[in-house]
Ligand binder design. Sequence first.
Ligand code: DGY
Length: 303
Amino acid sequence: MKNYTVFITSNIPQEGINLLQRQGYILKFGSLKKAKGAHALLCLLTDTIDAKVMDFVGPQLKIISNMAAGLDNIEVHEAVKRGITFANTPGVLTEAVAEHTVALLLAVSRRVVEGDRFVRAKKYKGWQVDLLLGQELQGKVLGIVGYGRIGSRVAAILEKGFGMRVVYHDEHRNEIAEKNNAKYVSFRDLLRISDAVSLHVPLLAGTLHLVGEKELRMMKKTAYFINTSRGAVVDEKALAKALEENTIAGAGIDVFEHEPKIEPSLLKLQNAVLTPHIASASHEARVAMAELAAKNIIRVLGA
Ligand code: DGY
């Protein structure tokens, strides 16, 4: 057996570490600056793995295993050029992200966070007919952008559980979507007719700022916008402006364009519910992500 070194850039759930330990690999932990000589990297979406990092780690590097569904922190073409395998952890976080997406939609449409702030500020003086009115989801149109694992799960929860009517847009029509009563529409039509738009696309050159001022203007004034995909898919300044000017009714946002920085004007808005990139942050998902990231390494290094 070769003495393979696996470099892990963060504290990951023990279940993942156990799998690697069982293989007899040498495990090292710390910042990427210490990863020289590693055969495998187990990294997070906050680690930028570019050509410089790959060169620094060295030619023995066989696999970059990202403990995330997204791969936008890795220069994948550089990995391909060097014959380094790269892997991610899709599938195991679908439920967590889908549930959080629904939580954001409910929070913004029923003004849950505003209500909480109101109560804590001791502003509640008794029941009122018009206090913090929101909108119901039943019978409304849900527009899913990207009908993949997460998008389709969000659609199923909101269609079956809340009686929403689902339309979707993707690169291609999806047979499963059609069977699930989701109707394919153009991106422009989706923006025009949806009461809630939810993004579920990866961050690629073609999806950078997919939603900007023009797209937000196409949406209904009463519509909600939800993003649990990647921040840079949206022009964050344009989103803040649209919310400020009530071009749309509200937004639920888990991901930001320049994390951890957030557009300051967004922070001041009552009609935005903001969470710190925690859509996949369930105990179940984190353990499964760590295990899958470890298994991806084992698949490449072997014993
Ligand atoms: C991912 O895995 O890409 C998610 O954004 C993590 O929450």
